[in-house]
Write a protein that binds this ligand. Sequence first.
Ligand code: BGC
Length: 750
Amino acid sequence: MKFVNLKPIIYVGLVLLFLTSCGENKSTQNNPVEKSINDLLSKMTLEEKIGQMNQLTGLGLSDEMQYNVREGRVGSILNELEPTVINELQRLAVEESRLGIPLIFARDVIHGFKTIFPIPLGQAASWNPSVVEDGARVAAIEAAAAGIRWTFAPMIDVSRDPRWGRIAESLGEDPYLTSVLGAAMIKGFQGEDLSAPNSMAACAKHFAGYGASESGKDYNTTWIPELQLRELYLPPFIAAAEAGAATFMCSFNDINGVPSSGNPYLNKTILRDEWKYDGLLVSDWGSIEQMIPHGVCADLKEAAELAANAYVDMDMMGFAYINYLKELVESGAVSEKIVDDAVRNILRLKHRLGLFENPYVEVLDEMPFYTESSLQKAKQAAVESAVLLKNDGNVLPLGSKVKTVAVVGPLADAQADQVGTWCFDAEPEHSVTPLTAIRNEYGKKVNVIAEKGLVYSRDKDKKGIERAVNAAKRSDVVLFFAGEESVLSGEARSRADISLPGAQSEMLTALKATGKPVVLVIMAGRPLTIEKEVKEADAVLYAFHGGTMAGPALADLIFGKAIPSGKLPVTIPRMVGQIPVYYAHKNTGRPGANVDLIDDIPVGTLQTSIGFTSYHLDAGTTPLFSFGYGLSYTNFDYSDVKLSKNTISRGETLNVECTVKNTGKYDAAEVVQFYMRDKVAKLARPVRELKGFEKIHLKAGESKTVKFSLTEDDLAYWNEDMVKRAEPGEFEVWVSPNSQTGKAVSFYLK
Ligand code: BGC
């Protein structure tokens, strides 16, 4: 049974944080690391301090970079990948700069370095923290061997807009799920010991509210009331700080007009004063400089002043600090204390990474890439990331009557696309595609007829469709691998129309017309609006971009060697106009129910006769698939939910249990979900909120009792006085297989 309840982690984290912070004032002088940081700081010139606050992109061993390193004008380098170059730059820093302060080498290692795991949104569909932790651990082992000791992940921006390309990098729409999985990813990257040579510092990003960008367009403005910021966008960052994330990164967006790189309320009041965070805060790439086009600074000097006074410790490729911070400190516009605090945070990270003792990367003859164990973990992650959305007539898994399969579609054999966005270091030739895996693993069992039909996902040239249709006619089942190329999601890759691109939908219609059962496998970076396609296909497996081992994972799922267990970490809308659409919505004063849809309304109907409720005439009240949804090849039966009490007092814990039985014929895993609703509160509360989950494995016929609990803190919410407090009254809980079903059971807080 996998552990998935964050509460104990948060609790232990809080205690540790409390103990550390209690000790901090007293012990700063006694703490050897802080003492050595202060000793070093006292020897540094202002220029050397500012140099530490400067992060540059790699230029190899160019004269310019050698000069910057020797003169102590750079504290960290990103995107330098050659271990021998890394070591030479490090040697210049350690042996030839005046104070010998080591550099930190950084890189975006988001869902794998060489062995690529599913995109983070796909990993989130596993609802399995150990899968996510394993992915990050493998990434750290591979990247650290190349000299990378700092990754810019996890991205824990709560994302409710599938138009936004970066939803691919997110862990979905829910703050609790994002918190649990974000913490797991941090644990995986940082390992047991951050100073071990195979650990990387994690970076909780983007602080904050980046996922709220208007219309899902990247970098766009956000309007976030403080209550929503605290309730929705900040919890994953608190969890990340508690999980020990060594660094945070500012976001590009402005919140209510204030860009994050110039926001002292976010970066000082909340991050430092409230949360007592003592890690490093880095800007995003050029985000200090970009406060000029934002329109809040006239020039780079003003940008440097604003960012420094907003407590941004390190300037990533903005050239603002290195050019202007010295004169700003000398003129008194920025206090030297701010600079000293930033440098302390940077030196502390270098200590935590063990770089003062062990600055170099061992140059290995054989790199620990693509090991058998890493590939198996990547495959397991891809298995658990696929969500079965439909399976009419139990088309899946393919049975022994299937003798010939048609493998069609632009994603069936697309090595580069299946790894998804944000994997700079992936080597596509290592990706095993569904076509290769089906041929290699199942080629003896079935005949495989391969015909792409369309060359790539946006292809509108229908010439090849006929060949795919012919292949379908000669087969017992059609496996259609559709979706998006990797370049259509990720940073700056937002879409306004999130339907299947190109002629894929027409191809599906043509395949369906053959009368053969069609299994639609979607490999994409975001939820796509596929209502029509879901109706047409017999089975739908939503696989996201599954990484290096997507092919073997999907082949096993299709042939029944593996059983689907993924659940949606994000809602799939019917159409773009529904966005934002998420399960934890408010009820409104006029919730939509039993509504008339546009084509059902008789001509001439009076305005007043079809009621006044909250819905879209053309989309109804529901999305295509809700958060938490996902089928299996087996069935699970949930017994009635039992509560330890009907009424609890403040400070008491409510225990909740439910027995789940596997009533089908396959051994399988189920994600048991635990939701709560505060029925009556001063501020309207969501219709459901996820409060826990557990992924359990049940043999056919087996039952297990799953236990959850709620404390007063779980019942609390941020109120209009900006205080988190539980109010007395009625609450409801559900233990259910998704966010929409299950029977509510009430209890009361006195
Ligand atoms: C992205 C960050 C990333 C950084 C460094 C930026 O454009 O927003 O998420 O870590 O680049 O590559």
